[in-house]
Write a protein that binds this ligand. Sequence first.
Ligand code: 4AZ
Length: 252
Amino acid sequence: MSRRFAPIAATVLAATVLSMPAAEAAPSIVGGEKGSLADHPYAVYLVDSHGTQFCGGVIVSRTAVATAAHCTIDVPPDETSVVAGREDKRSNDGVVLAVTDVWRHPDYRKPQQGSDLAVLTVRGQLPYRPAALARDASRYPAGTKATVLGWGRIADGGDRSDYLRQATVPLTDDATCRTGYPEYNPASMLCAGYPSGGTDACKGDSGGPLVTGATLVGIVSYGDGCGRPGKPGVYTRVTSFADDIAAHSGLG
Ligand code: 4AZ
């Protein structure tokens, strides 16, 4: 039976391959590529009591994960777990640790008002290398290439990814960010993305890391859609909150 269909399958496969642009990376995060925990071991995701992924996060110490404050609102902390060391949601790799404590930034109201930051304390230890915290803002000028990671939607309004994805996006200057978002506050927020869009974080990536090297510069916060021209991704600016993150991560 299956032999009868083989020529059809081969034809479909050939047609599919021929219709793909050269060097096409499957759409990701949005417009990125498959991510690697070997390169970014601090990238984690958050699951609810059903095991459903709903946000990203980033390991900042052996016992703490930074995420977006808005990721701590809908799912109560006692129903939230951190999944670390697992690139593929369908695998059993890595560890799943319960959240025992949440520090949410006291100024947080909604993402568009900034301070979209929380630190989760986990039960037990995270056996993966934490990200370093960016502290010196002068080291991250506009145009710096950064990497955003997550298991969120692979297209505006599309499905979430089963596999870790990553994308390279340049940090945006304040004027560009304000053009896209009149509420932009550079004291608390950071934008990243290309003027023409196409590459971005998306729904479900919230709380996840934006890094340069292994240094955390941003936490995925919000945006107007995903990958739209003139609408870069908005991130929590880590240089503004490094002391807060450290203080609530057992880093002193
Ligand atoms: C969200 O809804 C979301 N394009 C996160 C990031 C971005 C948009 C939406 C950035 O969680």
